[in-house]
Design a protein around this ligand. Structure first.
Ligand SMILES: *Cc1c(COP(=O)(O)O)cnc(C)c1O
Length: 428
């Protein structure tokens, strides 16, 4: 299959090229040009097999096609369990945090790393991946690409502005991964990456790429767990599943919409945003007003101008049609805290602040809607990753998942730079 830029449907490239470029040359985002109706036969519990069956149509015709089985085995090497919270199985939680850095971003990052490493074999120059991160993305990308040959990763983060757990995950790698603490804010890190892409001298030295959630290689694999969960619910109850998704840059939500578009038995999709309410406002008012982000408890969703909205609008090009496809709500920090307290008492489960935004959005659905549907809360991170926030609310100590705990045993190192392109160039 070919993938077209959202800004020019005639600009089309294959799978490998879309992954390597990240962004289309015209600034648009790569999107599938066809929506075949898929009917996978694999057992939904076998994620690598299901992924191979679902994704082969996208990779068909590309040089990577023969490697897809190996890529999906490497990427989907941890589970995405679906657990029911009530006796009637009307509400479940899809746990996406069993990977190396305990957040859903591990799925996309690991798939992208496995695919790009193979796409680069025999290339003349190493591929240099630059990632600006405010926390979670950088850790997932660093973990996924660590010790992959032919690829170097530089992670830029704002010095002193990420949590201690996050800083640890960004600086514990070495080898082909370098960590750069920028004396500035997240916006400075992002600006530096953009400037680097536009700098002829750097482009001479390296082939540059990005690994943030605009990369198609992160979105497509995320469709797989929506298929798995919705197929399991249909098999068990004969009904489609509805999802409530903690949303920021809309990468995870776009994957769910794409899965439904490809035939997955999915009914409603609710986008649960924090106080960054650009998308809920757009659906309500019909006017798109991107704005600077505001800081909240669910920091990985602090996005005021979500990139992947461009992909949703490519499918549903006006507010009316988008309203028919998804719903969106905005939840404030106080309600998020309260939801963590209440649900811990009710279910004995601790939510990370992002997942709690979805849990609160679910509570705000009409009671008859909750009673009719088969709802799934998408749990995007392990609560222990945000223990500073969660533990005081639930009055209990959380255990770090083993994967995450292991990172704390590794030595940590990083280079500190001024927020200038010169400073960045000389460390690369
Ligand atoms: C990145 C992230 C989100 C937001 O996902 P998007 O794809 O950007 O909408 C939600 N929760 C957690 C824990 C994240 O790391």
């Amino acid at each position: 299959m070919l993938f077209a830029s959202t800004r020019n449907l005639l600009h089309r490239v294959g799978f490998g090229a879309a992954l390597t470029h990240g962004l289309a040359g015209d600034g648009g985002l790569y999107t599938p040009t066809e929506w075949p109706q898929l009917a996978p036969r694999s057992d939904s519990a076998d994620l690598p097999a299901l992924a191979l069956e679902l994704l082969q149509v996208f990779v068909a015709g590309d040089a990577l096609a023969p490697a897809l089985a190996a890529i999906t085995r490497e990427a989907f090497n941890f589970p995405a369990p679906l657990l029911m919270l009530d006796a009637g199985a009307r509400l479940g939680v899809l746990e996406l945090f069993h990977g190396p850095t305990a957040a859903f971003k591990d799925f996309g990052a690991r798939f992208l790393a496995a695919a790009l490493t193979r796409a680069r074999r025999g290339a003349r120059r190493p591929l240099k991946i630059l990632v600006a991160t405010s926390g979670d993305t950088g850790g997932a990308v660093a973990a996924a690409f660590h010790r992959h040959s032919g690829i170097e990763v530089a992670v830029l983060f704002p010095k002193g502005l990420v949590s201690p757990t996050q800083e640890r995950q960004l600086t514990c790698w070495g080898d082909n991964v370098s960590s750069i603490a920028v004396r500035g804010r997240f916006d400075d890190c992002q600006r530096l990456v953009k400037q680097a892409f536009g700098d002829p001298a750097l482009r001479e030295r390296f082939e540059l790429s990005s690994a943030n959630s605009i990369n198609l290689g992160r979105l497509l694999p995320q469709t797989v767990y929506y298929w798995a969960a919705s197929l399991a619910i249909r098999r068990e109850h004969g009904e489609p599943a509805s999802f409530v998704i903690p949303s920021g840059n809309l990468g995870n939500a776009t994957a769910c919409v794409w899965a439904r578009q490809l035939g997955a038995p999915i009914d409603a999709i609710v986008l649960a945003h924090n106080a960054n309410r650009t998308v809920p406002d757009y659906l309500q008012q019909g006017v798109l007003r991107p704005r600077p982000s505001v800081a909240t408890l669910s920091s990985a969703m602090d996005v005021g101008d979500p990139s992947n909205l461009e992909r949703l609008l490519a499918l549903f090009p006006d507010p009316e049609r988008l309203r028919g496809a998804v719903r969106a709500v905005s939840i404030d920090d106080e309600s998020t805290r309260e939801r963590i307290r209440i649900d811990y008492r009710r279910y004995g489960r601790a939510w990370c602040p992002h997942t709690a935004v979805a849990a609160e959005a679910y509570q705000r659905l009409a009671p008859n809607e909750r009673a009719r549907g088969r709802w799934v809360l998408v749990a995007t991170a392990h609560p222990a990753k945000f223990r500073e926030i969660v533990e005081p609310l639930i009055g209990a100590t959380l255990t770090m998942p083993q994967n995450l705990a292991r990172l704390f045993d590794r030595p940590s190192s990083c280079t500190e730079i001024e927020a200038t392109l010169d400073a960045l160039s000389s460390t690369l």
